[in-house]
Design a protein around this ligand. Structure first.
Ligand code: FAD
Length: 494
């Protein structure tokens, strides 16, 4: 057995990825590591990334973060899902909620029972059986016993990074301000030996975490792992973000509003609203995109437009030699389903699980890369679904999306659902059956059949099941407080 030597871990970059990594490592590994984070105030962070998904609640719990305090510090609101507008057709709307629709059954998802109900004359929408969805549309929220309402946050990412910085530093992380000018490699094994700052300071380490954002200074700049470009599946390559004053109380969901060459987001926080336009530069130029964004803003503009270019895709290796990519340095797929911060979280938890005892094990590296790659492919497929399964043909952008070739893994998922109503979750996939069902039906893919087990119920039993579930949702929603009032009383918002 090798003896444990205190590892020197260097985090390069202090955006959301850098500080999430530093805070989690410092809290969980304590003084068994020496932790340094380097960031450059001059370069700054990307300044977007405000909409999250439910696993972040667990990340915060792992760090022992008090929710009310965290929400006050980051001006966060609760999020119950995403409202997709104009995706299937211009004027059409559907909701992807974080909840369960109806009730789980080991043999067949609720959609099978609902579809059987349709053949028996039940007219109610699939939406009427989902608590999170109905609460979101009613603008309501409360914590319910046994986590009965599944939620995430909409937060100010700059404030979140600052909050995590305080935690990390209190737990022993050392922050160094400065610009990394050079990455020094060990001539013997090709590992990263040190980061050399512009002021000449040299920061040595045993393990380096690349959180330098799109620059990917370590994993690509120094180690050249390569990049898989997924632009042919996810064609948007540009975004513009602007913050505005709130014009109404914050709603508990994010809006994703499609336009003829991409989509726009609206993310309501306590103190302001995040807005942005995502587009494909082949079909919309920068000035027209800015104009479209500005003319659709509702409140007073608080910031200058933040122009961002990106290439959708992923690094071929997320961990190479003694360097792990976390955050945008590892790849980026689209903010559409708010998955980036989640992928950061998964990478951090994986890294903690595979923390080297002494030298980096190539087995760990291979395992990490495979697991991270699987996550990314699954998220990628789910995102492509939104673009591919559209009935829009009103612009060259949507015609390209509707006609594009898609990965076989996604074709299998879509066609299986279309033929049988079934969705299977494999390899701890992030998006479970209910997510796929809501988005596929929302985008217009309807099953042609359903599980025969649904027909085992008599008409009376079916009626009882469906009306019972609907009533329970409606009663619970009626009993909930308004979201904004709940946030204000929960975390002392003004
Ligand atoms: P950055 O924020 O870019 O941080 C990079 C850090 O590296 C900075 O501290 C910088 O100073 C430092 N750095 C770089 N070069 C040097 C150098 N030479 N020397 C020293 N330091 C250096 N994710 C979500 O989960 N939800 C969303 O709603 C969402 N919306 C998004 C919208 C858009 C348009 C985009 C592009 C992304 C969005 N994301 C979203 C992704 C999210 O913004 C990122 O995953 C998250 O902010 C993490 O970024 P990062 O820390 O990897 O990079």
């Amino acid at each position: 057995m090798s003896e444990y030597k205190k590892r020197r871990i260097v985090v390069a970059g202090g955006g959301t990825a850098g500080w999430m990594t530093a805070a989690a490592l410092a809290r969980t590994m304590g003084d068994s590591i020496e932790l340094t984070l380097v960031e450059s105030d001059m370069i700054g962070t990307i300044g977007v990334g405000e909409s999250t998904i439910p696993p972040l609640v667990n990340y915060n719990r792992l760090l022992g973060i008090g929710e009310a305090e965290f929400m006050a510090a980051t001006q966060a609101t609760f999020k119950l899902g995403i409202n997709f507008e104009n995706w299937k057709l211009d004027g059409d709307t559907y909701f992807h909620s974080f909840g369960l629709t109806g009730r789980d059954h080991w043999s067949a998802g609720f959609q099978h029972f609902w579809l059987h109900g349709l053949t028996k004359g039940h007219q109610y929408s699939f939406d009427d059986y989902c608590l999170e969805l109905k609460a979101a549309h009613a603008g309501k929220f409360a914590h319910l016993p046994e986590n009965r309402m599944n939620y995430a946050y909409q937060l100010d990412s700059t404030l979140y990074a600052a909050y995590l910085r305080k935690l990390a530093e209190a737990d022993g992380a050392v922050r160094i301000e400065g610009k990394i000018g050079r990455v020094e490699l060990d001539g013997g094994n090709g590992n990263i030996a040190a980061l050399v700052l512009d002021n000449g300071q040299r920061i040595e380490g045993d393990l380096f975490v690349d959180c330098t954002g799109f620059r990917a200074l370590l994993i690509e700049g120094a180690l050249h792992v390569g990049f898989d470009d997924w632009t042919h599946y996810l064609p948007c390559d540009s975004a513009i973000a602007v913050q505005t004053a709130s014009v109404r109380p914050p709603i508990p969901y994010t809006r994703a509003i499609a336009h003829d060459a991409g989509w726009q987001w609206r993310i309501p926080l306590q103190h302001r609203q995040g807005n942005g336009i995502v587009y494909c530069s082949r079909y919309l130029d920068r000035d027209a995109a800015l104009d479209r964004l500005i003319t659709t803003l509702e409140g007073e503009r608080l910031t200058e437009p933040n122009f961002i270019r990106f290439t959708t895709g992923a690094r071929r290796k997320q961990w190479h030699r003694n360097c792990v990519a976390v955050g945008l340095s590892g790849g980026f797929m689209e903010p559409l389903e708010s998955t980036s911060i989640h992928l950061i979280q998964r990478a951090i938890l994986r890294l903690i699980r595979m923390m080297p005892m002494s030298e980096v094990s190539e087995r760990d590296v291979a395992e990490f890369n495979e697991q991270q790659h699987t996550d990314m492919l699954q998220v990628r497929d789910f995102l492509i679904l939104h673009y591919k399964a559209t009935e829009r043909r009103d612009s060259p952008f949507w015609r390209q999306c509707g006609d594009m070739e898609i990965p076989e893994s996604l074709t299998q998922k879509i066609e299986l659902f279309r033929e049988t109503g079934r969705v299977f979750r494999k390899n701890e996939e992030l998006f479970a059956e209910n997510s796929w069902v809501q988005v596929m039906m929302g985008q217009g893919i309807m099953p042609q059949a359903y599980h025969p087990i649904a027909t085992k119920l008599s008409d009376k039993e079916l009626d009882h099941l469906l009306s019972g579930l609907r009533d329970s949702v409606a009663k619970t929603v009626a009993s909930l407080p308004e979201h904004h009032a709940y946030v204000a009383s929960y975390c002392g918002a003004r």
